[in-house]
Structure formats: structure tokens, C-alpha cells
Design a protein around this ligand. Structure first.
Ligand code: FES
Length: 146
């Protein structure tokens, strides 16, 4: 039921780890399943993401999506990184089973949380970036209401 790419990123996750002095760090959880993801970004003076690292205490799909998300944001500008949505991550992984789509939201939101932290630290505004939620369930409910 999982694509080969999902299995590959689950078995050999890329960019696992922490950073001592990240430009931005963000943590997002999902209260329903109890999973947590932390994303670290190292951003250079031109606003380009040099390095991305993550720690995920979560299910296999959450590990695979955060691994792919870190690969996708590397080398991108902060503005381009906003386009690394959960859909983009899922496409890059050749899809996820419907019951696991919410796990990919954790990766998207963790990127946003790290970017938010970076923007706050540097007194910047990143166009199109909304204040991230701490618990992804809030976002899932919000989207359902829209
Ligand atoms: Fe919690 Fe996948 S089941 S993130």
C-alpha cells in the first residue's frame, strides 16, 4: 500500500538530526495520534535554505514525508519553500494512502513553523506565510470547515 519511494524514505530517512544554531526551528504535533515533528533550517544571508534537518517522533508516513520535505526545501529560497506543500511532498513520494494524508500536513506545517521562527528572529515578513499552529488537528478542522 506504500509506494517504493515512501518505503525508501522511511527505511533510509534523509537529513535526520538536529542543529545547534538553526536559522529557524519549528515543532508541530498532532494531538490525535500523538506524533511530533521538529524541523530545523539553516538559511544563508540571501534567504536560501542551505540545510534542513528533522526529528520525527511519529508514524512511518510522517518520517517519509519529513525526509522528502527536507530534501525538497534544500537549495530553495524561503519564498520557494512555501510551495513545498503537503501535496508537493506527497507527489514527490508517488502518493500516500488516504488515511495517511494528514501525516504529510505535519511536514508542511513544521516547515512553516521553522520559517516563522526565522522570520521573527530576523524581523522579516515572508509573504503568504501564516502563523503556524502547534497542533495540526486545528488546521485539519479549519480546512474541513472551509
Ligand atoms: Fe500521526 Fe501519521 S499517524 S503523523
Amino acid at each position: 500500500m506504500y509506494s517504493e519511494k515512501v518505503m525508501d524514505h522511511f527505511n533510509n530517512p534523509r537529513n535526520v538530526g538536529e542543529m545547534e544554531q538553526p536559522s529557524g526551528v519549528g515543532t508541530v504535533g498532532n494531538a490525535k495520534c500523538g506524533d511530533i515533528m521538529r524541523m530545523y533550517l539553516d538559511i544563508d544571508e540571501n534567504g536560501v535554505i542551505r540545510e534542513a534537518k528533522f526529528k520525527t517522533f511519529g508514524c512511518g508516513a510522517a518520517v517519509a514525508t519529513s525526509s522528502m520535505a527536507t530534501e525538497l526545501v534544500k537549495g530553495k529560497t524561503v519564498q520557494e519553500a512555501l510551495e513545498v506543500t503537503n501535496k508537493a511532498v506527497m507527489e514527490a513520494l508517488d502518493g500516500l494512502p488516504p488515511a495517511k494524508v494528514h501525516c504529510s500536513l505535519l511536514a508542511e506545517e513544521a516547515i512553516h513553523a521553522a520559517l516563522w521562527d526565522y522570520a521573527e528572529k530576523n524581523h522579516l515578513t515572508i509573504e503568504g506565510l501564516k502563523k503556524p499552529v502547534e497542533d495540526i488537528e486545528e488546521k485539519i478542522e479549519e480546512d474541513a470547515e472551509q
